[in-house]
Design a protein. Structure first.
Ligand code: ADP
Ligand code: MG
Ligand code: ZN
Length: 556
C-alpha cells in the first residue's frame, strides 16, 4: 500500500505557523495529543497554549472542536488561522442567525480543520458532531470548569459529557491556572483521569520582584518613576476611586496616565486600552478589571498599590510586564490595612475559608524572608533549589541562622499528624498545647508533642511559614488547609539538608485612649476605626490597651 508522507510536526510548525522552534513543552504536548492520549496542559499566559491544539488539528484527521469562553477573542484567533490558510470558523451567540447557519453547513461538510465554540453554544452543534469525524476536543481556559478557580462558568460543567459521548476522541484541557485544587478538579470534571499532565515552568526570570511596606506609597511611586520616566507601566489599585485619584495625581505631575475600571463605558475602556497599547498614555492606573487579552510587549513595570487577594491574581498581573523578555520591575505594596479590607471582601462568600486561606498565603509571600521567586514558584508546585538573585530579598538578605533542628521538628510533627492538620494544630502540637482539640484527637500521645515548647508561639508560627515559603511544606487549600510535606521535607528529615531561618521582628504599638466612651458598642466602633487607621499608618497590627477600671465604668 502506498502512503503519502505526512508532514512532520516541525514542517507544520514552520510552514503553517512560521515558527522555527517550539516553546517549552509544546512539542511534548503535541506528541501526546497525536498519540491519541488525553492531556492537561498548564502553561503561563503567553506560553503558547493555542499551538498545542492548532497544530494537532492539522495533523489529525477530522475537525478539532475548541471550547473557549472568550467570545471577544474568538474572531481574532480564527482570522489569524484563516490568514495562514487554515480552514477555521467560530460559533457563538454574538453571530447573526444567517452566519450561524453558514458555519453549521461548513462544519457538516467536514472541511473545517478547527471550530471555536462557546460552551453555551455547544449543544447547538451536538447533532452535527455525531455525524462528522472529530479529531480532537480542546477545552481552553479549562479552569472555568472548577468552582475552585477564579472565573467559574456554569456552562463548562456540561463538558463532563464529552468523554461519555465521544470516548474515543482525545481531549486536551488548557489553562494558566496552576493551582493544585483547580488542576485536580479539571481532570475529575472532564472525566479524564488518565490524562497526562504537562506543567510548563512559570518562572519569568526577567521580572524583578520587589515587595515593600505600604507607607507613603505615593512618594515611593514618584521616586520610582523619576528613574523610569518614559517607560510604560501599570498600577493596580483595589478601588475604582483609588484609580481615579492616583491617575489625577500622576497627571498633575506631568505623567501621561489614565484610570481604567469596570465603571467606565465599554467605549471609554476600549479607547483607554488603545491609548495604552499605542503609548499615547503609557501609564494605566487600573483595577483588576484591566488586563485580559492585553498583549503589550513593552510594559516595563507593574506596581500593586494594594495587596491582591491571592497569589494567582498577583502573578498574572505582574506577568503583564516584560513580555518581550527584557528586564521589568514589579513592586508590591502591602499593609495591614489592605488585609483588613480584603478579609472583609472574602467574608460571607461561599468558599470563604478557601479565599481566606489564599489571602493568608498572599500575606505570607509579602512578609517572606526568603527569596521571593522561591516562594512564588513553590506556590505553583515548582520547587527551585537556588535563590534567584533578582528579588529584593536576594539583594538584601536578612541575617539567617541555622534552623535545621527546628525544621526537622516541624516536618516530623507534620508527618506524625499524617499530613492531615492545618497550621494552627501543627503549632499546638509542637508547643505541647493543652487545648481540647489536641486531647480530643489524642495528639498529646504522639512523639513530637511539645517538641518545640521552648520556642514562643509567634516565633514558631513564623518559622513554619518560612518553611512554607521555602517549599519545604505545602498547603492544600482545597482540603481544609492541611500542611503537607514536599520532597524537600524528606531531604530535611532524612538526608541532613540544612535549613536557614530568619528571626521576625514584630514591634507592637501601644496607644492610650484618654477618655473611654460610655457605651461598649461605641468603644468597639472607636477601636475598630483606630486599629484600621493605625494599620494604614504604621503598617502593622495595633493593639489598644486600656485599664479594667475604664471598662467597669462603662454601661453594658
Ligand atoms: P497562551 O494561550 O498560552 O496565553 P498563545 O497561544 O496566545 O498563548 O501564544 C502566545 C504568543 O506566543 C502568540 O503571539 C503566539 O503566536 C506565540 N507563539 C506560540 N508558539 C510559538 C512558537 N513555537 N514560537 C514562537 N512564538 C510562538
Ligand atoms: Mg490562550
Ligand atoms: Zn530571589
Amino acid at each position: 500500500m502506498e502512503t503519502i508522507a505526512q508532514p512532520t510536526i516541525f514542517e507544520l510548525l514552520k510552514k503553517q505557523f512560521g515558527y522555527d522552534s517550539f516553546l517549552p513543552n509544546q512539542e511534548e504536548i503535541i506528541n501526546n495529543v497525536l498519540d491519541q492520549n488525553d492531556t492537561i496542559a498548564i502553561m503561563p499566559t503567553g506560553g503558547g497554549k493555542s499551538l498545542c491544539f492548532q497544530l494537532p488539528a492539522l495533523a489529525l484527521e477530522g475537525t478539532t472542536i475548541v471550547i473557549s469562553p472568550l467570545i471577544a477573542l474568538m474572531k481574532d484567533q480564527v482570522d489569524a488561522l484563516k490568514a495562514n490558510g487554515i480552514p477555521a470558523q467560530f460559533f457563538n451567540s454574538s453571530q447573526p442567525y444567517g452566519e450561524q447557519q453558514q458555519v453549521l453547513r461548513e462544519l457538516q461538510s467536514g472541511n473545517l480543520k478547527l471550530i471555536y465554540v462557546a460552551p453555551e453554544s455547544l449543544p447547538q452543534l451536538n447533532f452535527i458532531l455525531k455525524i462528522i469525524k472529530i479529531g480532537l476536543f480542546a477545552v481552553d481556559e479549562a479552569h472555568c470548569i472548577s468552582s475552585w478557580g477564579h472565573d467559574f462558568r456554569p456552562a463548562y460543567t456540561q463538558l463532563k459529557r464529552l468523554k461519555e459521548q465521544f470516548p474515543n476522541v482525545p481531549l486536551i484541557a488548557l489553562t494558566a491556572t496552576a493551582d493544585r485544587a483547580t488542576r485536580e478538579d479539571i481532570a475529575l470534571q472532564l472525566a479524564i483521569p488518565n490524562a497526562k499532565i504537562f506543567i510548563a515552568s512559570f518562572d519569568r526570570p526577567n521580572l524583578y520582584l520587589d515587595v515593600r511596606p505600604g507607607q507613603n506609597r505615593n512618594k515611593q511611586i514618584f521616586d520610582f518613576l523619576k528613574n523610569h520616566r518614559d517607560e510604560s507601566g501599570i498600577i493596580y489599585c483595589l478601588s475604582r476611586k483609588g484609580t481615579e485619584k492616583l491617575a489625577a495625581t500622576l497627571t498633575a505631575k506631568g505623567y501621561k496616565a489614565e484610570a481604567y475600571h469596570a465603571g467606565l463605558t465599554s467605549e471609554e475602556r476600549t479607547q483607554i486600552q488603545e491609548n495604552f497599547t499605542n503609548d499615547v498614555s503609557p501609564i494605566i492606573v487600573a483595577t483588576i478589571a484591566f488586563g485580559m487579552g492585553i498583549d503589550k510587549s513593552n510594559v516595563r513595570w507593574v506596581i500593586h498599590y494594594n495587596m491582591p487577594k491571592n497569589i494567582d491574581g498577583y502573578y498574572q498581573e505582574i506577568g503583564r510586564s516584560g513580555r518581550d523578555g527584557m528586564p521589568a520591575h514589579t513592586i508590591l505594596f502591602h499593609s495591614f490595612g489592605d488585609i483588613v479590607m480584603l478579609r472583609k471582601f472574602a467574608e460571607g462568600a461561599d468558599n470563604e475559608a478557601y479565599q481566606l486561606a489564599k489571602l493568608e498565603r498572599m500575606q505570607q509571600y509579602a512578609e517572606a524572608l526568603s527569596c521571593r521567586r522561591k516562594v512564588l514558584l513553590g506556590y505553583f508546585g515548582e520547587h527551585i533549589s537556588e535563590d534567584c538573585g533578582n528579588c529584593d530579598i536576594c539583594k538584601a538578605p536578612p541575617n539567617y541562622f541555622d534552623g535545621t533542628l527546628i525544621a526537622q521538628k516541624v516536618c516530623s510533627a507534620v508527618a506524625r499528624l499524617q499530613e492531615e492538620e492545618a497550621l494552627g494544630m501543627v503549632l499546638d502540637v509542637l508547643r505541647g498545647s493543652q487545648n481540647a482539640q489536641v486531647f480530643d484527637k489524642g495528639y498529646q500521645k504522639i512523639k513530637t508533642y511539645g517538641a518545640a515548647k521552648d520556642v514562643p508561639w509567634r516565633d514558631l508560627q513564623h518559622y513554619v511559614i518560612q518553611l512554607l515559603n521555602q517549599g519545604v511544606l505545602e498547603v492544600y487549600f482545597h482540603e481544609n488547609g492541611r500542611l503537607v510535606l514536599t520532597p524537600q521535607a524528606k531531604r530535611v528529615l532524612f538526608e541532613g539538608k540544612k535549613v536557614r531561618l530568619a528571626n521576625f521582628v514584630q514591634e507592637i504599638e501601644t496607644v492610650k485612649i484618654e477618655r473611654a466612651p460610655r457605651k461598649r458598642a461605641e468603644l468597639f466602633d472607636k477601636l475598630r476605626a483606630l486599629r484600621l487607621k493605625l494599620a494604614q499608618e504604621i503598617n502593622k497590627p495595633a493593639f489598644v490597651v486600656f485599664s479594667d477600671a475604664t471598662l467597669e465604668d462603662m454601661e453594658h
